[in-house]
Design a protein around this ligand. Structure first.
Ligand code: 0A1
Ligand code: ZN
Length: 848
């Protein structure tokens, strides 16, 4: 069967399936080239259903037999599946199909990775395993028998029996097919256990390939911490006797929350101090929590249809963010969240791929696992909480869990629970789900007779399919700082609902300075008339860590923009302010490190574009490089002490150690511009952990050194695929603009490069897309190279190809020559015979 011809699916067309499922029995006879899947499904017509069409999804399946109530039938094969005539009373459907996991390079459905069988069914992969109503609103209880000559055979739920060459699993919780999972292979487990708050003993396992068993302890602790946190914070308890995590090398995304059997990209679970950086540890902790939290927000309560994806993803991201903040530092975590939101979601919202958090139509749902659905979706939950307050947030969640457990629901259901629990009308707030684009919030202020007036106006630029925008409900968290640096008005939340609105603060003695959008209380772009002096004042005195950081960041950005546009020297207000922050020992080292960071080249390009200036990538690169040298010079007297004092000592992967290391490495990067790499080389030799080893190597590369260390690194780590991903990535990331494409090309010819492993592909070509000046080099070489690679990859793995094509999403910012070069590449991709639905949709949207 062929893929269905591209067809647009609309939210407004939703209709329920006409049948309920009483039970599902699946038998798998595993064989790499020809696996048999035997299904036995008890259906019952839904009495009230309007649509009685019995349609089962199925793709790339060889149907061997089909029966209804034991009698052989011949179903009608139609696009995307089959139809059959069925009785209007309960009946049993049986089918036997054959699939070939060994040749499944799309990594969707049942596939093989290093001899191990595994599955990925979200969003619509189950239809590549057997014929089924593969839609999230059909929930059923599954019993699974796996037959195969492998020691470890896993599926969802609780184990029933295990014998020589077979195992049986039963999942008592009704679930949609996208949460189905099966794993079979030669795996080793790192065991653990957890006792839930009601005394249930849960067996925990992290399953890995032999050789990786030493990299599981951190993930196991993160899992236990997550289980405890969800009990303490949301009252959510785990609900099976066993919880399994499996690490797999070939995986399109980060990880997957299959019921009781989470499957992880090995890069998102395996950790050791020798092979993982602090950033890896933090990400692993967050993703383990994310997948675990899905057990309630996603699995017990799931989505009615894929338009509601943000229902589970926005909420679960919000939950994992709060968890990470509790485990580490809320201040640092919030700044990191905003950095990613701006880098990924604002970028998306400002280009041709902009879409609402709850889209209204799609061609391929896999293209909507986006920063908008995930990260902006989480921002919406954060705003909701700020608006209703902590107590009412808790009440709303509790009502939602109590009311919808076991159901497949919508954003309307989520908001209704909050309206009912709090008595608040959320009609206006709901618009955040349907209106795309990042609101621009302008602020001006006046001062008269002890009254400060803050006047705001908001507007949202048009996005594809939405030319007219309405005002959003924007929670603006504000605090006031008096002239002596004391806070005179603590944080209050202003609720802006109109296009223009003013708020007053009365009875003030002296004119205070307003700290606006504290904690980044809404996903908007704040444009505010504010001079460098006032910024420096807030940077010194603001009690809100996010705004404190933000002031340094906006100073850096203005400095860079002036350097790029006017060729001016960096402002002393910025250089001095940064110096005082980095040397302020009362501040968290992690915060100081973040303050030293410069806005990315991509961020600067967007700001120039917003200001009506066509960005020149080479100039942006040069200005940023020049500011790095100026900073290194400006800080030269304090650098040695900072470097010496922030030695974290013995490695522990916690916030404290990682904060010190991040400050020290940021300092090292500046120092390496002045000492010929001597200090970095010494650290590289001595380092007993990957954070410092990779940090030292990156500092060397960024300063134009590091050739020998790069070779030594490859020699040391040639057998560790995750560390080697870093080796591939670092070289492309550090390549000079005119070398980036050549470096990426030669790495793609390296013996250890393979397109079949998404991590490796992303290491090289994700890094190429992320090397702003290199990707946008005027020769167009990088555009061409990426297009060549995507065309080849599409035939193997459409999902990763489509995702990576997002590298071109900003093309309309640039000059006519670059636009012409990119357009030609996009058109060349689109003209590829047999191009996947995934990539066709993405490239078409980017071009539109
Ligand atoms: N639900 C997972 C992410 C995920 C989505 C799609 C996938 O394949 C198309 C795989 C994983 C999560 O949010 O972690
Ligand atoms: Zn998720």
């Amino acid at each position: 069967m062929k893929d269905a011809a591209p067809q647009t699916i609309h939210l407004k067309d939703y209709t329920p399936f006409g049948y309920e499922i009483e039970s599902v029995h699946l038998t798998f006879r595993l064989a790499p080239g020809a696996t048999r899947v035997i299904s036995k499904i008890a259906f019952a017509p839904t009495p009230a259903a309007a649509d009685k069409r019995f349609f089962l999804h199925g793709e790339e399946l060889k149907l061997l037999s089909a029966k209804i109530d034991g009698a052989e039938i011949t179903p009608r094969m139609v696009e995307g599946g089959l139809e059959a005539d069925v009785p209007d009373v309960p009946f049993t459907w049986e089918a036997e199909v054959e699939i070939a996991p060994e040749s499944n390079t799309a990594l969707e459905g049942l596939y093989m990775s290093n001899g191990m069988y595994c599955t990925q069914c979200e969003a619509e992969g189950f239809r590549k395993i057997t014929f089924y109503p593969d839609r999230p609103d059909v929930m059923a209880v599954f019993t699974v028998r796996i037959e195969g000559d492998l020691p470890v055979l896993l599926s969802n739920g609780n184990p029933v029996t295990k014998g020589d060459g077979f195992a049986e699993w039963h999942d008592p919780w009704p679930k949609p097919s996208y949460l189905f999972a099966l794993v079979a292979g030669e795996l080793i487990n790192h065991p653990g256990f957890f006792t839930t708050k009601s005394g249930r003993e849960v067996e925990l396992n992290i399953w890995v390939r032999p050789g990786d068993e030493g990299k599981c302890a951190f993930g196991m602790q993160a899992l236990k911490d997550s289980m405890k946190w969800d009990e303490d914070t949301y009252g959510r308890e785990y609900d099976l006797d066993i919880f399994n995590i499996v690490a797999v090398d070939d995986f399109n995304m980060g990880a997957m929350e299959n019921k009781g059997l989470n499957i992880f990209n090995s890069s998102c679970v395996l950790a050791s101090k020798e092979t993982s950086t602090d950033a890896n540890f933090e990400r692993i902790e967050g993703i383990i929590a994310h997948e675990y939290f899905h057990n309630w927000t996603g699995n017990r309560i799931t989505c009615r249809d894929w338009f509601q994806l943000c229902l589970k993803e926005g909420l679960t991201v919000y939950r994992d963010q709060m968890f990470s903040g509790d485990m580490r530092s809320h201040a640092v975590k919030r700044i990191e969240e905003v950095l990613t939101l701006r880098a990924r979601q604002f970028r998306e919202d400002n280009g041709p791929l902009a879409h609402p958090v709850r889209p209204e139509s799609f061609v391929e749902i896999n293209n909507f696992y986006t920063a908008t659905v995930y990260e902006k979706g989480a921002e919406i939950i954060g705003m909701l909480r700020r608006l209703v307050g902590d107590e009412d947030y808790k009440k709303g969640c509790e009502l939602y869990f109590a009311r919808h457990d076991g159901q497949a629901v919508t954003i309307e259901d989520w908001l209704k629970a909050f309206e009912d629990a709090t008595g608040r009308d959320l009609a206006h707030f709901k618009q955040w789900y349907s209106q795309a684009g990042t609101p621009r919030l302008k602020m001006s202020e006046t001062w008269e007779d002890g009254t400060l007036t803050l006047s705001f106006s908001q507007s949202t630029p048009p996005t594809p399919g939405q030319s007219e925008k309405k005002p959003q409900l924007i929670p603006i968290a504000v605090g006031l700082i008096g002239p002596n640096g004391d806070e005179v008005v603590p944080t209050t939340v202003l609720e802006m609902t109109e296009a223009e609105q003013s708020f007053t603060f009365e009875g003030l003695g002296a004119r205070p300075v307003a700290s606006v959008l504290r904690d980044f209380s809404a996903p908007v772009i704040l444009e505010r008339e504010i001079d460098a002096k006032t910024r420096a004042f807030l940077l010194a005195h603001d009690t809100d860590p996010f705004q404190k950081w933000e002031m340094g960041r906006t100073l850096a950005k203005d400095t860079l923009l002036a350097m790029i546009v006017k060729g001016t020297d960096p402002s002393h207000a910025y250089l001095d302010a940064i110096k005082s922050v980095v040397t302020d020992e009362s501040l968290d080292p992690a915060f100081r490190a973040l303050s030293l960071g410069l806005p990315s080249q991509d961020d600067l390009a967007q700001s120039l574009h917003d200001a009506g200036i066509i960005p020149n990538p080479q100039k942006i690169y040069e200005a940023r490089e020049s500011l790095r040298h100026i900073l290194s010079d400006h800080l030269r007297e304090v650098i040695p002490a900072l470097y010496a004092e922030n030695d974290a000592g013995a490695f522990t992967p916690d916030a404290e150690g990682s904060g010190k290391r991040s400050l020290r490495l940021a300092i090292l990067a500046l120092l390496s511009l002045r000492d010929e790499g001597v200090t970095a080389r010494a650290l590289y030799k001595r380092a007993d952990n990957m954070t410092e080893q990779a940090g030292a190597l990156q500092a060397l590369l960024a300063a134009g050194h590091g050739k020998e260390e790069l070779a030594a690194f490859a020699e040391r780590w040639k057998d560790d695929r995750l560390v080697m991903d870093k080796w591939f990535m670092m070289q492309v990331a550090a390549a000079a603009p005119d070398r980036a494409a050549t470096v990426a090309k030669s790495l793609s010819e390296h013996a250890d490069f393979t397109m079949k492993n998404p991590n490796r592909f992303r290491a090289v070509f994700g890094a190429l897309a992320g090397n702003h000046a290199g990707f946008h080099h005027e020769s167009g070489a990088a555009y061409r190279l990426l297009a060549d690679q995507l065309i080849t990859l599409d035939a193997l793995n459409p999902q990763t190809t489509a995702r990576m094509s997002g590298a071109f999403e900003t093309w309309k910012r640039y000059d006519a020559d670059r636009q012409q070069l990119i357009r030609a590449e996009l058109e060349r991709i689109l003209a590829t015979p047999g191009l996947s639905r995934d990539t066709t949709e993405m490239v078409t949207r980017i071009l539109s």
